[in-house]
Design a protein around this ligand. Sequence first.
Ligand SMILES: [Zn+2]
Ligand SMILES: [Zn+2]
Length: 378
Amino acid sequence: MATTESEYYDLLGVARDASDADIKRAFRALARELHPDVSSAPDSDSRFREIVEAYEVLSDSDRRATYDRFGKAGLKRGGFEPVYADFGNLADVFAAFFGEDLLGGAGGARQRSQRGGDLQAVAEIDLEDAFTGVSVSVPIDVAVPCERCDASGAEPGTGASTCPTCSGAGVVRSVSQNIFGQFVQQRACPDCGGVGEVLERKCGDCLGDGRVVVGRKIEVDVPGGIHDGQQIRVRGEGHAGFRSSDRGNAFVVVRVRPDPRFVRDGDDLHTAVRLTMIDAALGTTKRVPTPAGDVDLDVRPGAQPGEVHAIKGHGMPSLRGSRRGDLYVRLDVAVPTRLTDEQRVLLEDVDAQVGSEAYVSREDEDEGFFHRLKSALR
Ligand SMILES: [Zn+2]
Ligand SMILES: [Zn+2]
């Protein structure tokens, strides 16, 4: 068949020039969907074998090159045999391919040495802290290796013996018959939880789990310029595995509280200042907020409502490199709403003396500078 050469790529739904990361991602998604442990589709078992085989080939650069040149026949000549038969359940597959404890200790023959799950925590900071960078202490509930039994799960001084139910394999098989034929199902041994051995006596602290949940704090250095929703990984601060001291990672999601004075756009900040009609006409100096304190902004005579001034380098620091964002200040011109009769007369006097030539737009002399800034904001 002409399609044979792209079969493995088709199975994973990736292009022939897909990167290793693409292949991994595609396989991971399909494995979650198709594994017989989670899928009830009658053909999930055979489909799952196919994608595992495809992944075994495409994730290995030598095998992939052989397959690209000579197809499956070339692989066979090279002695390649799919290893799917060794995997009891989804956790095993993920542990083997990705080194992770996907199901958080749901059982499997290779569980003993498995890394624990990752954990996620949230740190809320103010915009000023996001500007300077800040050290935060985040409370977490985390499973840590049990000290009493040194993560073995066994009461100190007692041992473990081979599980009689699974003879140490960690998995049990059952055979079922249905209209599609005979199915051999493999699942984690219910008596030993997939470890392959049973404890003489369980540890009194962790009840055989090898890990205990404690309240702790992790310290995280949040870099200046962090954006709302970004995560910081803290290696090895996640959960301990089932009877394993190998811990996962902690991920701290940083939430930056909105600051009513600013709207953030990437590394740039936008703010507004209010000046009176008279100040706008005569020119003035206004104090403008920045995350590092107020600065002066010179407003020239004849400033227009909605005019935007860029203050270079007064935005947020960039996470990458030393460049700073800019601060854009929009002028909001206030018009008096409560005039006394006397003041009204004064204004009418001014109006009578100021002819229309005083209102000529200076847009031309600005040559579109503010114009550009204004349209950038819309
Ligand atoms: Zn213990
Ligand atoms: Zn067992």
